[in-house]
Design a binder for this molecule. Structure first.
Ligand SMILES: NC(=O)C1=CN([C@@H]2O[C@H](COP(=O)(O)OP(=O)(O)OC[C@H]3O[C@@H](n4cnc5c(N)ncnc54)[C@H](OP(=O)(O)O)[C@@H]3O)[C@@H](O)[C@H]2O)C=CC1
Ligand SMILES: CC(=O)C(=O)O
Ligand SMILES: [Mg+2]
Length: 759
């Protein structure tokens, strides 16, 4: 087994950490208004007098608070700073950076709004009395870094007093994540929960909750030994005890951590830095499982373990080593699921469901966008990958779904979710704006599945995309390439191609080869191509073969591009596939930014279009917008707005607008105008004669360079997601991805090709 574990990423210096927190606006949070506050009217609505209306509605029916206020998506992170990470009792104020951190993680990972509240008291009753009255403000309470045993009393009491989930993250979040990691570590080492011997160092909030969940999941109580600063918690011990420790005291001769660990299978560290020594690790059973979870410094480092033995499965609470067992994998998603069903509590069923869903994710094949979260190293289920990383984009749909389901099944959901498939898609959309825009496309293709040729079938990311296409029930995926090479590459990459609906076609051996060659020759014989040139192209060039398949009805669409640059791939397919009669081939990019979707054209084909061509591009783009479900409001962009400043370059655009006028097109358009006028209602308001009824959702660029530069800048600087360019106007659906496309990009493009095949 493994493995000398090394840190997988750069750690940070103390100075970097301080600068990070101090730079710009100090701290890590700000409040952003979700409604406009620009005009007198806005103020009248947001505040007096308008605000009185929701006030009265909520007074009459408290559940309306979820409709009119932030409550339904707002969680408080509350601490008194008595157990800040593994740093000890440093007080409420010092805990604020951690609590702000938890609040931003809620937002970043699960789109839960969150605010930190630091309560300056160590007295449990005072703390309870402070928090218990905050219920109306929040959909949930996340207690954090409160030391044991007060944390048990505080949480228990608040759970009784409040009708929203109260969840002590260090207890249950940690328990859920370590349970998930352990389920997988046991599987890898071939152990049975019932007979596995565990030693947990740390009998505080995290330690007690972890072993309680482990027992609930099937570990035998007599096989778990708990230790604290005084050593083993044995039956009859009196020093440093409390009722929570007593509940887990066992009959044993062992008195020290070292004695307890002799022959043990698992070490669970929820104590303090450096408490596990190399000698103790040496004394553990074969293939030991070591979770050193103290933060920021673990009980022992992976390097230290690696120096002593190579058969250990090692995890820490840190992000710079493999196997990060940290409650960040849990709390954002657990609350997401709980909030979405307005759960009254987070119960055992919901916790176990979250642990199992998390464990299951690590066993699945890792797609490209997930591999990116692992710095491009595609992890495989095994000793160095027992649990997903916090940046794994699959977490947002898998964990809340499992939690919400469990809440409904266990009867604590106040607002059950009826359509769980839809909910899963909505969840992905919270993290990934592409998901919601593509949702409609995927749904349609699922209803009318299509045969799509993946022209570069020997490439790993293309095979993954094809598998995903089939798995998502979008239709048949055809991988073009040499059968033996595809199978060999798939084997090496651990991809299972044995799926119904996945076909491999070798162009050279295909029975259709001759027909395709004749077809190509027919089209190219007067353009300087000999028959044998065509034969060679069909035999050797997958874009030509794929294009013939689609042209002659053997497939519905093509996706290509990972091995050729865009224009070469386009030239290849254009030899075989023409523009739709009466149409012009253009590229359209979909830009998703801050909840807004804008189509930009032409991002692929015309270098410096003339007025006539710009008008054609506008018509093509507007038609595409409609097919995508948007009613176009199209702006013809320039550096000037309605003649100012005057310049020759804008005249082309003005002429294009006049051409559209003459063509009497049936969509909203206007120009020439600058991008801010097109997109910003206030800038637009300066031109009362403008013919757009709202901000533009289709932007026609004056030339390829401005289209390409602006979409790439938006993607890199503006935090926008850009899909495309999508090829529009061809007689048959062809989509060309970029050279560095990931499998998820390819499958999106395949779905778009399939979607347009039906249009
Ligand atoms: N990776 C993760 O996700 C998480 C990690 N943690 C880590 O777990 C640790 C404990 O946190 P939490 O349970 O909230 O804190 P608590 O203060 O509630 O409990 C701490 C426990 O650790 C024991 N302990 C402290 N020092 C030692 C030592 N040198 N040897 C043996 N036992 C020791 C204490 O013993 P005694 O009872 O005798 O005082 C106590 O039982 C922290 O390092 C924290 O960072 C916590 C939550 C999540
Ligand atoms: C991760 C965490 O919550 C802790 O160490 O306290
Ligand atoms: Mg904590």
């Amino acid at each position: 087994m493994a493995r000398k574990t090394e840190s997988s990423g750069p750690s940070v210096s103390a100075q970097e950490a301080l600068e990070f927190h101090a730079q710009g606006r100090p701290g890590k949070l700000e409040i952003v208004a979700t409604k406009p506050m620009a005009t007198q009217r806005d103020l009248s609505l947001a505040y007096s007098p308008g605000v009185a209306v929701p006030v009265l509605a909520i007074a009459e029916d408290p559940s309306r608070a979820f409709d009119y206020t932030t409550r339904g998506n707002m969680v408080a992170v509350i601490s008194n700073g008595t157990a800040i990470l593994g740093l000890g009792n440093l007080g409420a104020l010092a805990s604020k950076p951690v609590m702000e951190g938890k609040a931003v993680l809620f937002k970043r990972f699960a789109d839960v709004d969150s605010i930190d509240l630091e309560v300056a008291t160590e007295d449990a009753d005072e703390f309870i009395n402070c928090v218990r009255f905050l219920g109306p403000s929040f959909g949930g309470i996340n207690l954090e870094d409160i030391k044991a045993p007060e944390c048990f009393i505080i949480e228990q009491r608040l759970r009784e007093l409040m009708d929203i989930p109260v969840f002590h993250d260090d207890q249950h979040g940690t328990a859920i994540i370590s349970a998930a990691g352990l389920i997988n570590a046991l599987e890898i080492t071939g152990r049975d929960m019932k007979t596995t011997k565990m030693v947990c160092n740390g009998a505080g909030a995290a330690g007690i909750a972890c072993i309680e969940l482990m027992k609930a999941m099937g570990f035998s109580p007599e096989n778990i030994i708990l230790c604290d600063t005084k050593g083993v918690v044995f039956q009859g011990r009196t020093e440093g005890m409390n009722q929570w420790k007593s509940a887990h005291a066992v009959k044993t001769e062992a008195r020290s951590l070292a004695e307890a660990l002799d022959g043990a299978d698992i070490f669970l560290g929820l104590s303090a830095k450096g408490t596990l020594t190399p000698a103790m690790v040496q004394s553990m059973a074969k293939d030991p499982i070591i979770f050193a979870m103290a933060n920021p410094d673990p009980e022992i480092t992976p390097e230290e373990v690696g120096d002593i033995r190579t058969d250990a499965i090692m995890a820490t609470g840190r992000s710079d080593y493999p196997n990060q067992v940290n409650n960040v994998l849990g709390f954002p998603y657990i609350f997401r699921g709980a909030l979405d069903v307005r759960a009254t509590t987070i119960n055992e069923e919901m916790k176990i469901a979250a642990a199992r869903a998390l464990a299951e994710l690590a066993r699945q094949d890792v797609p490209d966008d997930v591999a990116a979260a692992y710095q491009g190293n595609r992890p495989k289920f095994g000793p160095n990958y027992i649990i997903p990383v916090p940046f794994d984009p699959r977490l947002i749909s898998a964990i809340p779904l499992a939690v919400a389901k469990a809440a409904m099944e266990s009867g604590v959901a106040r607002k059950p979710i009826l359509d769980l498939d839809r909910y899963a898609h909505e969840l992905s959309a919270r993290r990934d704006p592409i998901a919601s825009t593509l949702q409609r496309i995927y749904d349609r293709v699922r209803r009318q599945p299509k045969r799509v040729v993946f022209a570069e079938g020997e490439e790993e990311q293309v095979m993954r995309a094809a598998v995903s296409y089939v798995n998502q029930k979008l239709g048949t995926a055809i991988l073009l390439g040499r059968d033996d090479v595809i199978k060999e590459n798939a084997r090496n990459a651990g991809i299972d191609l044995n799926k119904q609906g996945l076909e491999i076609i070798n162009a050279r051996l295909s029975r259709r080869n001759g027909i395709y060659t004749d077809y190509l020759y027919e089209r190219m014989q007067r353009k300087g191509f000999l028959f044998r040139d065509c034969q060679r192209l069909i035999n050797n060039d997958r874009n030509h073969f794929a294009a013939c398949m689609v042209a002659l009805g053997d497939a519905d669409g093509i996706v290509t591009g990972v091995t050729r640059n865009y224009s070469t791939a386009l030239d290849d397919v254009r030899r075989i596939i023409d523009a739709k009669p009466g149409h012009r081939v253009i590229g359209v990019s979909i830009v998703l930014a801050r909840g807004r979707t804008v189509l930009v054209a032409d991002t692929a084909v015309h270098d410096m279009p003339n007025a006539e061509q710009i008008a054609d591009i506008a018509e093509e783009a507007a038609g595409f917008a409609r097919r995508m479900g948007y009613e176009p409001r199209l702006a013809m962009l320039a550096y000037s707005t309605f003649g100012h400043p005057h310049g020759e370059r804008s005249e082309r655009i003005q002429e294009a607008v006049r051409i559209l006028d003459r063509r009497r097109v049936d969509f909203e358009y206007d120009g020439e105008m600058a991008a801010d006028v097109a997109l910003n209602p206030r800038a637009m308001a300066q031109y009362p004669f403008i013919r757009l009824t709202g901000p533009a959702n289709v932007l026609v660029m004056p030339a390829f360079h401005s289209a390409s530069i602006s979409t790439k800048m938006l993607q890199e600087l503006g935090g926008s997601t850009v899909i495309g360019p999508l090829l529009v106007g061809l007689n048959k659906p062809v989509q060309i991805v970029s050279l560095n496309a990931k499998d998820s990009d390819i499958v999106n493009m395949a779905a778009i090709a399939a979607y347009t095949a039906g249009n």
